[in-house]
Design a protein around this ligand. Structure first.
Ligand SMILES: Cc1cc2nc3c(=O)[nH]c(=O)nc-3n(C[C@H](O)[C@H](O)[C@H](O)COP(=O)(O)OP(=O)(O)OC[C@H]3O[C@@H](n4cnc5c(N)ncnc54)[C@H](O)[C@@H]3O)c2cc1C
Ligand code: FES
Length: 306
């Protein structure tokens, strides 16, 4: 009896110790994730006249889930949120950033070269949840970045049949077509469209989606999930359309982010703190929020019309 109780207590102590060790490991990993890590840019690739990809080694970024982001420190300039791009060579431990030159910070990042040092912390935020069956990805510009990572996850984990609609303004701005074709697998389909019709189909990504959904409907086939990331006006149309057709959808949203960890409130959208509750959210939650597609906040927190 006495021995039995001791054995029971020992087993309990072992379980508690295991749990403590697991918690310590998790805390260490989180601490490491939140620590600014200096990484060296190993290669810079031109994707279009305004977009470049910077490749670097970082174990946390490599392991990120699709839709999560990094806070990227650009020495002497700023810290900005960026989606985590796949390493184009698919190497273990590597990740990348794809940046469009825009204002001062993104242009400084764009102008970095092989051997430049940047700081990264994260990955942060909620990722896409993977679906099986027939899925449609709708992306535009650098919004394609999280969708490419998602495409890889879908192919590896669910075997979903992917149709990837990739929109850009014109031929010059078409990026990642070859990579996407490789990621969707032999079952999948990539549809490239441009606003001016200079490459692929002519039209907005949302128009192409509409035609695709009509085609599915005429064949009495269902679409199980729509994922989108890109300009807010495009995502607004895509989510409304998903709602109209009764299809579940998820979108990765953008708002000004300063801390990336839920402290500063600069990324508020209605009652949501996008760096924690997003950037990926369900269509249901997004459409219930009056601000989406209508207002964004500037760096001082003032509401502006989209
Ligand atoms: C989760 C997330 C992922 C992103 N991923 C990418 C990506 O993969 N590639 C890419 O090129 N861009 C990405 N962005 C946008 C990028 O962070 C901004 O474009 C960048 O911060 C612009 O800085 P700037 O000084 O060049 O531009 P500015 O001239 O200062 O601003 C231009 C516009 O960029 C946006 N912006 C500015 N500062 C921020 C900020 N701190 N946080 C968010 N938006 C800001 C605002 O809409 C602003 O109107 C992402 C943003 C978020 C929130
Ligand atoms: S960026 Fe600070 S709370 Fe989201």
């Amino acid at each position: 009896m006495h021995i039995g109780t001791d054995a029971h207590n020992d087993a309990n102590m072992d379980m508690n110790m295991d749990r403590d060790i697991d918690m310590d490991i998790e805390m260490d990993m989180n601490r490491d994730r939140d620590r600014m890590r200096l990484v060296r840019v190993e290669e810079v690739r031109d994707e279009s006249p305004t977009v470049r990809t910077l490749i670097f080694r970082d174990e946390h970024a490599y392991r990120a889930r699709a839709g999560q982001f990094l806070m990227v420190w650009i020495p002497r300039v700023d810290e900005i949120p960026m989606s985590i791009m796949l390493d184009p060579y698919d190497r273990e431990g590597y990740a990348a950033l794809t940046v469009r030159r825009h204002g001062y910070s993104s242009t400084t990042l764009y102008n970095m070269h092989e051997g430049s040092t940047i700081g990264v912390r994260g990955p942060y935020g909620r990722a896409f949840t993977v679906s099986n069956g027939n899925v449609v990805l709708v992306g535009g510009g650098t919004g394609l970045v999280p969708l490419l990572r998602l495409c890889k996850m879908l192919y590896n984990s669910t075997g979903a049949k992917v149709t990837f609609i990739m929109g850009s303004r014109s031929r010059d701005e078409v990026i990642f077509e070859g990579l996407a074709r490789g990621l969707v697998g032999s079952d999948g389909n990539v549809i490239v469209c441009t606003d001016d019709g200079s490459y692929g189909l002519k039209g907005y990504a949302s128009d192409i989606l509409k035609a695709l959904l009509e085609d599915y409907r005429s064949r009495e086939e269902r679409v199980d999930m729509i994922y989108t990331c890109g300009p807010e006006a495009m995502m607004f149309k895509v989510l409304k359309m998903a709602d109209e057709y009764g299809i579940e959808a998820q979108a990765s949203l953008e708002r000004i982010m300063k801390c990336g960890i839920g402290l500063c409130s600069s990324c508020c959208m209605g009652r949501y703190i996008l760096c924690k509750d997003g950037p990926v959210m369900s269509a249901r939650d997004i459409l219930a929020c009056d601000e989406f597609g209508v207002y964004v906040r500037d760096k001082s927190g003032r509401l502006l019309r989209v």
